[in-house]
Design a protein around this ligand. Structure first.
Ligand code: AMP
Length: 211
């Protein structure tokens, strides 16, 4: 059983690293961002509640998030563990997980500077079908504009526009960064330098997991 949280600002590479670690450990990644985007696309009740917050780069209310995560981690494919990507994002969410008896082995915080975030997000492309993340120069797909994993056409996320990026960074520093102290107190926080290639960073993460 290995339960992990990937923390870090938008564009830190949480999704990229989570995909690699998921494959290596054979556990699923749970991305609330992906789940919410799917809900918006399907026009579900959750999607309707979430859309305006997401478009503005604001956080979706904790009550919505806590519900969808609790439901997801109870599924059978989570029995061997899982990676949370992009959740918890507030102290209230972290506290709700803890109160529900959901405890973690490591909280991996990818330490990325604000300037890097801005550069990364503007070049980010994602697969709307399977969620696989790419970057036009740092991590391009084999065929331009096409997902390596499933062959679907890649898109640019609506909230990866310049004005929304600024607002998401502000929200990260105000609401999410305090989680580092929350998990530090529980001796779970592991800082990972965002330096070198995707493989270099993954090497640092795997070293932590093998401790
Ligand atoms: P992400 O794909 O993780 O960058 O999430 C995209 C957007 O979905 C965020 O900007 C929020 O509006 C919303 N979102 C995703 N996860 C959460 C969460 N744990 N708490 C609140 N809002 C979230």
């Amino acid at each position: 059983m290995m339960k992990l949280i990937f923390l870090g600002p938008p564009g830190a590479g949480k999704g990229t690293q989570a995909a690699i670690v998921s494959k290596k450990l054979g556990i699923p990644t749970i991305s609330t961002g992906d789940m919410l985007r799917a809900a918006v696309k399907e026009g579900t009740e959750v999607g309707k509640q979430a859309k305006s917050f997401m478009d503005a780069g604001k956080l979706v209310p904790d009550s919505v998030i806590i519900g969808i995560v609790a439901e997801r981690v109870a599924k059978e494919d989570c029995a061997k563990g899982y990676i949370l990507d992009g959740v918890p994002r507030t102290i209230a969410q972290a506290q709700a997980l803890e109160d529900a008896g959901i405890l973690f082995d490591h909280v991996i915080s990818i330490e990325t500077a604000d300037e890097v975030v801005t550069q990364r997000l503007s070049g980010r492309r994602v697969c709307p079908q399977c969620g696989a993340p790419y970057h036009v120069t740092n991590n391009p797909p084999k065929a331009e504009g096409i997902c390596d994993a499933c062959g679907h056409e890649l898109i640019q996320r609506k909230d990866d526009s310049a004005d929304t990026i600024a607002s998401r960074l502000e929200v990260y520093h105000a609401e999410t960064e305090p989680l580092k102290e929350f998990y530090q107190k529980r001796d779970l926080l592991r800082l990972v330098a965002d330096e070198g290639s995707i493989e270099d960073i993954n090497g640092r993460i795997m070293a932590i997991l093998e401790m």
